[in-house]
Design a protein around this ligand. Structure first.
Ligand code: AMP
Ligand code: MN
Ligand code: MN
Ligand code: MN
Length: 282
């Protein structure tokens, strides 16, 4: 079973609707797809309302922003009960914090002469989960930067001119809420947090201690030697292995649906442990 356990729709910062995403995944040879939008299950709600269900297994998921070791990390919840009221309440709070953060970023941008950002943020519909990529797109469209790499470096990333401090729930709270909702908690892309190897190992240790279930250790551009290091850490802390493309959009060719290195054979997979209630269609 070719399972891609990390993907985004237009309900967070992806470009495809859930139906388009599932079609594209099936066309790419994916047999099971987890939809894991940032801090929302709205894409899953939309998917569930469709009557036309193709022959692909869709897994309910979410990617929760949290803080650990003084920085932002992403925790995937896979096979969650998307109707769990406590999880929904937590996600609503995350969305409120996201909007607050976007307003603060926009106000900082106004302070350096970019006054269009605040009206832009205010114009986003209530139900939109606001990611920094929305502001990135706005800044690029306004000619303030050429591409994502530059706009994050200059304005939105750590140390950027409009960067604001993170205010996420703790990693422990994220893990707890995912597990309470019957899902498996997976630490997403551990090499993408700009941590030194020693800190990655501390992060994985803290994640396992807080009750985490799995480590994402197959994703685009992960070097083979980094995967080996992560696989050893997973083994040390009895964590299962997860893999996913982190697909956002067809025009971001570095993350294509279903395309990531194979999982190391010696580890138990997160996919094999997924509960039945987290599957929306077969
Ligand atoms: P947020 O969760 O709102 O902080 O937005 C984070 C999202 O922005 C990530 O999921 C990526 O999709 C994107 N992102 C963050 N940093 C960069 C970067 N340096 N280059 C491109 N995309 C980035
Ligand atoms: Mn994203
Ligand atoms: Mn992420
Ligand atoms: Mn993601």
């Amino acid at each position: 079973m070719h399972a891609d356990l990390h993907s985004h729709t237009c309900h967070s910062d992806g470009s495809l609707s859930p139906a388009q995403l599932v079609d594209a995944a099936r066309d790419a040879g994916v047999e099971a797809l987890a939809i894991t939008d940032h801090d929302t299950v709205a894409g899953l709600d939309a998917w569930r309302r469709q009557d036309n269900r193709p022959g692909i297994r869709v897994i309910a998921g979410v990617e929760i922003s949290a803080s650990a070791l003084g920085r932002g990390v992403h925790i995937l919840g896979l096979g969650i009960d998307m109707d769990d009221p406590d999880l929904r309440a937590l996600l609503a709070e995350q969305q409120r914090r996201r909007r607050e953060r976007a307003e603060a970023i926009a106000d900082r941008l106004a302070g350096i002469g970019i006054t269009s950002a605040r009206p832009y943020v205010d114009s986003l519909p209530e139900e939109q989960v606001i990611c920094r990529t929305h502001l990135a797109d706005h800044l690029i469209a306004g000619g303030h930067a050429q591409d994502y790499r530059r706009v994050f470096k200059k304005y939105l990333g750590k140390g950027g001119r409009a960067a604001v401090a993170d205010n996420w729930i703790s990693m422990g709270e994220a893990i707890e809420s995912i597990r309470q909702a019957g899902g498996l908690a997976v630490l997403a892309h551990p090499t993408r947090y700009k941590l030194a190897p020693r800190q990655v190992s501390l992060l994985v240790h803290a994640f396992a201690d807080a009750g985490g279930d799995g480590l994402e250790l197959s994703y685009p551009n992960l070097a083979a030697h980094d995967q080996k290091t992560l696989a050893r850490l997973a083994q040390t802390h009895s964590l299962s292995a997860s893999g996913g493309s982190d697909f956002h959009s067809p025009d971001k060719p570095w993350a294509r649906l279903g395309r990531f290195p194979a999982l190391p054979e010696e580890l138990e997979t997160v996919f094999s442990r997924l509960p039945a209630h987290g599957t929306l269609s077969n």
